[in-house]
Design a protein around this ligand. Structure first.
Ligand code: FAD
Length: 503
């Protein structure tokens, strides 16, 4: 029997934060030249969350599809380039490693590089995995250039993302959506009226008396979850037994020195601190577990660890890690913080906005949807969130810090079965296979495993077909090829000044 289809002639997006305006920009482009009307309601009185400045490379693919170049976006958002994240003190106090957006080493036929590196390690070669990543070596030396569009060797492959001013990025998306005929309304929603027959959302009642009707509603109202939760009571899957951080203080500071092409994530006793360099300032924040530190002490830790002068008083945030049970319920799809939030680590929240938008667009080859699309959307969204959740939990589970109860708890805690299986598969045979719908690929998992020194005791048997001396000679060649590639690359500062009008 054919699925019953619901026709769409009007879409209402609720919320004008990063999620709302990204969704608006993409949907206006997708439905351009169709009779579908798109409206966005936001409240300048309530404002937006005002954080969320570090991204992953998928963001570049997102704005490229809208017709923006990297240089356009860097200039418009005072952005800097991000080659990865430097994790300071996570494995243990004093330790440091970089999770790059790129590959490590060269594979041999079907055998991934890390098996060769593992054998070299176990037979006395002291080289670090990071020595085989162009991305890490550029990041460490504060250098940046665009990756080669036609790499001659996998050693040349790396990817990058942006640190940007979130408000300026939302403005860019807004301009694009307005150019493509969106109707933007500034007003506070006082009530969400449901259809008494089928329970769908029918009308949004604004405080000033205006009413907005629609066929499909996209809830980008942030933590409020105004439609998906407050009106439709969709339910929440709480992950705070694994993700202990539930609060943050954030503050912008004056820049000190040239902006670096990496985010800094520094572990503290009951959480961690980010430093995100922009062209005109830095974003900083301390994310912490309220079970293990008081608000006053968390704020003090942030202040003591700032480099530059604070530009305003720190702002506090509270959140519950987890996701909505169903991101699409009735005629409402939740995107962004309204759909769920894990924590700021690894900058996954805006990436999950992008994947939600991609799925919405795929669900609407024509202006109609059926329960089949709804079920598929929910199943894929749940899997994506769970895969990201597992990746983030790994950062806590694998720690070797012995200086505070939170880190000891994280090391001892039992983790979701899906993560346990992944960790076991890596530990026993070095398996890094990618699960379906996983945002972070094998080299990202490898970067974290190796950064925490969570390594297999063995390696793939075929590696022994290569004589150890030959292996070491090849590894030395890779290391020196990477050094030679890094040498002529300009500094990140020079790159920004030359191409992005940075002064
Ligand atoms: P919001 O920005 O909160 O927007 C909600 C919108 O809904 C606003 O326009 C508001 O006015 C509107 N609204 C709400 N109620 C009403 C109403 N009644 N009537 C009318 N309008 C209404 N993500 C990353 O990818 N990288 C990071 O580095 C990162 N760091 C973070 C750090 C912290 C401490 C936190 C808490 C989050 C971080 N995030 C990060 C997440 C990121 O901030 C969000 O994913 C992103 O900003 C999108 O938010 P949003 O648009 O869903 O919600």
């Amino acid at each position: 029997m054919a699925a019953v289809e619901q026709q769409i002639s009007s879409i209402v997006i609720v919320g004008g934060g990063t999620a709302g305006w990204m969704t608006a920009a993409a949907l206006c482009q997708h439905f351009l030249d169709t009779p579908v009307q798109i409206t966005l309601v936001e409240s300048s009185q309530l404002g937006t969350i005002g954080v969320g400045e570090a991204t992953i490379p998928t963001l570049r693919r997102f704005y490229n599809k809208l017709g923006f170049s990297d240089i356009d976006v860097i200039r418009a958002t005072n952005a800097t380039c991000k080659l990865g994240i430097e994790f300071q003190d996570w494995h243990s106090p004093g330790s440091s490693f970089i999770h790059p957006f790129g590959l490590f080493g060269l594979p041999v036929k079907d055998t991934p590089f890390h098996h060769y590196w593992l054998k070299a390690q176990q037979t006395g070669n002291a080289s670090d995995l990071a020595d085989y990543s162009l991305g890490v070596n550029l990041a460490k030396q504060d250098k940046f250039c665009f990756p080669s569009p036609k790499p001659e060797s996998a050693l040349q492959i790396f990817d990058w993302a942006l640190h940007f001013d979130a408000a300026l990025f939302a403005d860019l998306m807004r301009t694009h959506a307005i150019k493509n005929n969106i109707t933007a309304i500034d007003g506070k929603i006082a009530e969400v009226v449901l259809d008494s027959q089928n329970g769908d959302i029918k009308t949004l009642q604004l405080e000033d008396g205006r009413q907005i009707n629609g066929d499909l509603f996209i809830d980008c109202s942030g933590f409020a979850g105004l439609l998906i939760e407050k009106a439709l009571h969709c339910g929440f899957e709480d992950w705070s037994q694994w993700l202990l951080c539930d609060k943050a203080f954030a503050v912008q500071t004056e820049s000190v020195g040239a902006p670096i092409p990496r985010t800094i994530a520094k572990a503290h006793q009951a959480g961690w601190q980010w430093k995100i360099p922009l062209q005109h300032r830095s974003g900083n924040g301390h994310v912490y577990s309220s079970q293990y530190i008081s608000d006053d002490d968390a704020l003090q830790t942030l202040i003591e660890n700032l480099d530059g002068k604070a530009l305003h008083s720190p702002r506090q945030f509270s959140f519950k890690p987890g996701r909505r049970k169903n991101a699409w319920h009735k005629n409402c799809i939740a995107v962004g913080l309204a759909a769920g939030f894990l924590e700021p680590l690894e900058s996954t929240s805006i990436a999950l906005v992008e994947t939600a938008i991609d799925k919405i667009i795929q669900s609407f080859p024509k202006a109609a949807f059926s329960q089949t699309e709804v079920d598929k959307f929910n199943q894929v969204t749940a899997t994506e969130y769970e895969r990201v959740r597992d990746f983030i939990i790994l950062h806590y589970k694998a720690n070797q810090r012995d200086d505070s109860p939170m880190w000891r708890y994280c090391r001892e805690m039992s983790v979701p079965d899906s993560l346990n299986e992944k960790m076991q598969a890596f530990k026993s045979v070095g398996d890094l296979s990618r699960s379906p719908w996983e945002i972070f690929g094998p080299d990202s998992w490898l970067a974290i495993y190796s950064g925490f020194n969570y390594l297999p005791d063995t390696y793939a048997a075929e590696v022994d077909n290569m004589p150890t001396e030959y292996l070491n000679t090849n590894l030395a060649k890779m290391r020196s090829a990477i050094k030679n590639m890094v040498t002529p690359v300009p500094s990140h500062l020079e790159f920004l000044s030359r191409f992005c009008a940075y002064k």
